[in-house]
Ligand binder design. Structure first.
Ligand code: FMN
Length: 196
């Protein structure tokens, strides 16, 4: 799959719908040791005048340790045909399962961070802040009670500056490409990956 490295400010999606409806894979680690899991919660916006992504990971997820250790994380969105992969990665833990068993094809992006060849959209982030949710800070106690019954651990939130957005060629409109056919033409949609 070929990807175009677009300006994050050109990212054209519905931030209040895409996580909830499409879900995504959150991935941290490097080629030698990485893990991914399905996420249905996330945010895209602006913080400290930077394009920023926020994700929420429960400490009992195998991915949590990778998020703690990694300087980078990626958020990969897929087409509807790949829904089974998201079901798989949301129902099995990397502790005892190889997540590539569902057919995912990992690839390296920035600084060795891992994302997937089969994705349609990849948001590549540099981790800049983390915070553990705390029971005493909930302003609506019903959210705490309904989302964290019993001993359910509270999520850790991570913020990452969106440094790169990769869009698969297959989902770009023709009009989004400069159309010159030259990989080195210098247009903003220059090619990123073409090995697969
Ligand atoms: C649709 C869907 C959305 C999910 N969203 C989140 C999420 O935002 N945060 C989270 O901590 N877990 C979420 N999960 C749960 C993890 O994906 C699941 O526990 C996974 O097996 C963890 O894998 P790991 O142990 O390899 O990290 C979601 C699961 C599904 C199916």
């Amino acid at each position: 799959m070929e990807f175009y490295d677009i300006d994050p400010k050109e990212l054209d999606l519905q931030p209040l719908d895409i996580f909830a409806t499409d879900w995504a894979l959150l991935t941290a680690g490097t080629e030698d040791s990485w893990n991914t899991m399905t996420i249905g919660w996330g945010g895209l916006g602006t913080l400290w005048s930077q394009p920023m992504a926020t994700v929420y990971v429960r400490p009992d997820r195998h991915t949590h340790g990778f998020m703690e250790e990694s300087d980078r994380f990626t958020i990969s969105f897929f087409g509807e045909d790949d829904r089974e992969k998201l079901n798989f990665c949301g129902a099995h833990s990397g502790r005892d399962t190889d997540k590539t068993a569902c057919g995912l094809q990992p690839m390296e992006v920035d600084d060795g961070a891992i994302a997937f060849e089969d994705a349609e959209l990849i948001i590549s982030c540099r981790k800049v802040y983390r915070s553990d949710f705390e029971p005493g800070k909930f302003l609506d106690a019903s959210i705490l009670a309904s989302r964290y019954p019993g001993e359910t651990p509270l999520h850790t939130a991570y913020w990452g500056i969106v440094e790169h957005v990769y869009v698969a060629e297959s989902i770009l409109d023709d009009e989004d490409e400069c159309g010159c056919g030259d990989d080195d033409c210098g247009c903003e949609h220059h090619h990123h990956h073409d090995e697969a």
